[in-house]
Ligand binder design. Structure first.
Ligand code: ADP
Ligand code: MG
Length: 255
């Protein structure tokens, strides 16, 4: 079954030990919607994205990505028993881009982009290589296929990471502070690639401190603090006219 580009959550809860990191998160992300997640460090943005990507198991609640249950939890063991294999399959339809790129250091840009299709989907190497070159061209990196990560700038590495995620034909793309590790002059080239992707109808959840990007590209801005969604809505409302005192205080600091 192919996914449908939606993310749905009800009462999502995640603890580390006895520490509640995600309180009770509800999400309704439509196909093609761009959601920017903002909030102070430690508010749970990465944990939420990691749960949606199936990298973390949720403790309680309903989580559906691409229309498929990624976790409905009665007990933790039931969740594990039912979903471990399915989660691996579902993860192939969710793309994730990390702050620190997470490229395979011993592989060229092209090999990084090919790896998923070849190893996970069994695509023939020649076809995967030519697709990789075309994806690299899409992110403005034609001619860089033979370069290793250490030969690339941060902005170029992050664009390889985006091409690598896209190579799996995901229906949902998750970005965890994709420009936070970049030199300021490299931020724009990565945001430009993300804007292009948004314009082509990709569902995107983006944890970011780039308020300009959120204002311009997001359909919905979600402000998180202390593991809960304090406020969400269109950028004109959440960024332009925040209702909650916590949102106002945060925006005063970052804008
Ligand atoms: P953000 O991305 O908004 O900065 P995180 O999701 O990384 O927030 O973290 C939320 C909270 O969960 C933080 O207090 C952090 O210390 C804690 N946390 C994150 N990952 C772990 C972990 N693997 N074990 C224990 N605590 C964690
Ligand atoms: Mg984070």
């Amino acid at each position: 079954m192919n996914g449908d580009g939606t993310v749905y959550a009800r009462g999502l809860r995640k603890c580390y030990g006895d520490r509640v990191v995600l309180g009770s998160i509800d999400l309704d992300v439509e196909c093609g919607e761009i959601v920017c997640i903002i909030g102070p460090s430690g508010s749970g943005k990465s944990t939420l994205l990691r749960c949606i990507d199936g990298l973390e198991e949720v403790d309680r609640g309903i989580l559906r990505v691409n229309g498929e249950d990624l976790g409905f939890v009665e007990t933790e063991t039931a969740y594990r028993a039912r979903n471990r294999k399915e989660v691996a399959m579902q993860r192939t339809r969710i793309g994730m881009v990390f702050q620190q790129f997470n490229l395979f250091p011993n592989m060229t840009a092209r090999e990084n982009v090919m790896a998923g299709p070849v190893l996970v989907k069994g695509v023939a190497k020649k076809a995967a290589a030519s697709r990789a070159d075309s994806l690299l061209a899409d992110v403005g990196l034609s001619g860089h296929g033979d370069h290793y990560p250490w030969q690339l700038s941060g902005g170029q590495k992050q664009r390889v990471a985006i091409a690598r995620a896209l190579a799996m034909d995901p229906n949902v793309m998750l970005f965890d502070e994709p420009t936070s590790a970049l030199d300021p002059e490299r931020v724009g080239e990565v945001l430009a690639v993300m804007k292009g992707l948004a314009g082509r109808g990709m569902t995107m959840l983006v944890a970011t401190h780039e308020m300009g990007f959120a204002k311009e590209v997001a359909d919905t801005v979600m402000f998180m603090d202390g593991g809960v969604v304090v406020e969400q809505g269109p950028p004109t409302e959440v960024l332009g006219n925040p209702k909650e005192a916590r949102t106002q205080k945060f925006l005063e600091k970052v804008l």
